[in-house]
Design a protein around this ligand. Sequence first.
Ligand code: GDP
Ligand code: MG
Length: 442
Amino acid sequence: TLSDRLTSVFSSLRGKGRLSEEDIAATAREIRLALLEADVALPVVREFISQVKERARGEEVSKALNPAQQVIKIVNEELVEILGGQTREIRFAKNPPTVIMLAGLQGAGKTTLAGKLAKWLADQRNTPLLVAADLQRPNAVTQLQVVGERASVPVFAPEPGNGVGDPVEVARQSVEHARRGNHNVVIIDTAGRLGVDAEMMQQAADIRDAVRPDEILFVVDAMIGQDAVNTAQAFLDGVGYDAVALTKLDGDARGGAALSIRHITGRPIMFASTGEKLADFDLFHPDRMASRILDMGDVLTLIEQAQRTFEESEVEKMASTLASDADFTLDDFLQQMTMVRRLGPIGNLLGMMPGMGQMRDQVNNVDEKDLDRIAAIIQSMTPAERANPKVINGSRRLRIANGSGTQVSDVNGLVTRFFEAQKMLRQMKNGGIPGMPGMPGM
Ligand code: GDP
Ligand code: MG
């Protein structure tokens, strides 16, 4: 996998600083291969790589992730961004019906998608109407009727007086019909050919001009790989469209087509179709597609975990401060409380350290407001006072209370707590902290 390859690229690089030029170049080679294997078009790969390189150069080497993970994280984030970032929603017309027209090659999955989309919209309290404007194939109308029946959505099909033989007329009349019948969305299924064809393109353009759709969706089969880019461009030039629906994602296509189409046409991918059943349909999620293209959902999960674990390593640092540092100061105290609060459940690991259970309990008794107050008090002290609160006399306590907007009793309380913590630490150190280095999760 890409992850394995990157890990070997980076076997040498650990620790501080920035990713080196050689490492970035080697990484770029691996990512290029991974993207080409996923069927991403070459010009798109090039541009993408240069973007990732630029970002990798600027990035500090993360403490949480190894360099391979860090680059994968960058690649993933850039992929998500290029795939559209946010999921694009349907733009409904101010005056219904909202007209959605489907365009694409024969076999792309338009008719199937029409049914899925109709069902999906109906489930959200819309009242869609399916329109059979594919009069090219003898059974196309029947196919849509079957789909409509399954989705429990009515189908507007040509019949005498409804523009038999003329898809443009059928489409036009369907919009009128929808208006009369209170259908708030019209989904127009159109004819495709096996390849890009001028006559088909003209027919689609004529339907477009007749009904002025609110959304034209270009439906494309993810399995056709690199060809998807040419088809997408041809339909963009011939008909134009607002968004893309990607079908047959249940196949083994890695989905590079999505990246290429999005990048080359600038049109967002709105829907993903993942099977022949009506329910195999969803809004397009750029993050899911990114991990599919990278083929490393597991690695991405690991990266998230690693970042969370990083916070645990802060605990480790704190534990070693506690174990070694004789000069436990109020600054340390504040830092620990803040950390333990932020760590939430991870902070409970403290309980596994001998003697630390009390510390955790003490900290857990501090609520968010308390913490702000404590921080304010400590920040009102001089560095010398923070290092050794014993020097804080009565008049200083009053000044500190005034300076932090608290009461002298708050300052007293804090100082007392601090001395308790310090005492506890001393006891811990005398007793040693045996199990510490091998603690689970650290
Ligand atoms: P159209 O010519 O563009 O209308 O395409 P169709 O809707 O008739 O679909 C062509 C074939 O692809 C049919 O056999 C569908 O069942 C199948 N199909 C459509 N969408 C999907 C999908 O998401 N996954 C799979 N596996 N098959 C699909
Ligand atoms: Mg069809």
